[in-house]
Design a protein around this ligand. Structure first.
Ligand code: KG4
Ligand code: ZN
Length: 345
């Protein structure tokens, strides 16, 4: 079954065509350049750019997949959660396409797309497993009982992990989006230079996260550094002094260590031998190595999609949409977008 997917929940316009786990084409037009001067996504600009990018991207997706619109058998588009104006562009484009081609249409939850992205690598990941979504808007742990059945075990109480990366990068004047920049620079720093506390909750369900305290602690260290104006040591990174690189590396280590420990604890508690990780922060090179190593010590396997399918993409939306269409589900064309919508109970 050939399914077209559209994703426009934030600042990437993405279109893909899949046939089961086979990705026939997957194109992402990033808007990072537009938003970087503002240090974050400007919703109105994001929507406008999605409108401009949508039709050329659709043409490109058909061309790369070597198929015609009439070869399609279904259409899927991200329905929620995200920026409402941005979501509406992709959802409306998907509905219009389904209407003109007389095809079944399905709206897909963006988080469900992320959590299923590891399947796009062709792996058969056994159920139940633990799913960790770490993105710019979410940091949540799920017990994935089967496709479509997600039990929320814990979530962030303040900033999402990606949001913390972006905010710390802004604080240290590193640029936007912060995650990939911090990832690169952390390689030159000492992860043990600064010690940050692991947040503790009195009324915790056991698997919640919190990152805003660590972000504030980084801010205090940075202020202290600026005050003392110490002479920085030489480093392998030409733009930043060594003490900043150490701060970056220590911050990244703490965030990744919290994510890793929570995910492994959740797997052990729920008797799962597999963890899948998805969302933009799953592209982090340290997370990919560290989580696999630490989980390996407990005989737990870790599945993380290739980097292009960690960050926002439409292949994950087409894949999930196609699965639902194959199960006989579809949506009416009156379906609306929603800025907030969790998956799981
Ligand atoms: O999933 P995603 O593309 O969009 C959302 O649904 O939010 O995630 C974007 C987030 C941003 O906060 C970005 O800084 C972060 O993922 N990110 C990374 C890396 N690449 C992207 N964070 C850490 N290390 C990376 N290599
Ligand atoms: Zn995302």
């Amino acid at each position: 079954m050939k399914t077209l997917g559209i994703e426009t929940s934030c600042d990437e316009t993405a279109v893909a065509i899949v046939d089961g786990k086979k990705i026939l084409s997957s194109i992402v037009a990033s808007q990072h350049e537009i938003h970087s001067k503002f240090g974050g996504v400007v919703p109105e600009l994001a929507s406008r750019r999605h409108v401009e990018a949508m039709v050329p991207l659709l043409f490109e997706a058909f061309e790369k997949a070597h198929i015609k619109p009439s070869d399609l058998e279904g259409v899927a588009a991200t329905r929620a959660p995200g920026l409402i104006g941005a979501l509406l562009v992709g959802l409306t484009a998907g509905k219009a396409l389904a209407y003109t081609l007389n095809l079944p249409f399905i709206g897909v939850n963006h988080l469900e797309g992320h959590i299923n992205a590891p399947y796009l690598t062709g792996h058969e990941i056994p159920y139940p497993h633990i799913g960790l979504i770490v993105s710019g808007g979410h940091t949540s742990l799920y017990l994935v009982e089967m496709f479509g059945k997600y039990r929320l075990l814990g979530a962030t109480r303040d900033d999402a992990a990606g949001e913390a990366f972006d905010k710390v990068a802004r604080l240290l004047n590193l640029g936007y989006p912060g995650g990939p920049i911090i990832d690169k620079k952390a390689k030159f720093g000492n992860i043990k230079a600064y010690k940050f506390k692991t947040p503790k909750f009195r009324d915790s369900t056991g698997f919640d996260f919190s990152f805003s305290g660590i972000k504030t602690a980084v801010m205090h260290e940075f202020k202290k550094m600026k005050k003392s104006e110490s002479h920085p040591r030489e480093s392998g990174d030409t733009d930043n002094p060594q003490n900043i690189l150490d701060l970056i590396a220590s911050f990244q280590f703490k965030v990744i260590d919290i994510l890793t420990k929570n995910a492994i604890r959740a797997a052990k508690k729920n008797n799962c031998h597999n963890i899948v990780v998805a969302g933009g922060v799953a592209a982090n090179s340290f997370l990919r190595k560290y989580l696999s190593t630490e989980a390996g010590k407990e005989k737990i396997d870790v599945y993380i999609p290739p980097i292009d399918y960690c960050t926002d993409n439409a292949a994950m939306i087409a894949f999930v949409g196609e699965k639902y269409l194959n199960l006989g589900k579809s949506d009416k064309l009156s379906i609306n977008a929603s800025a907030v919508e969790e998956i799981g109970v």
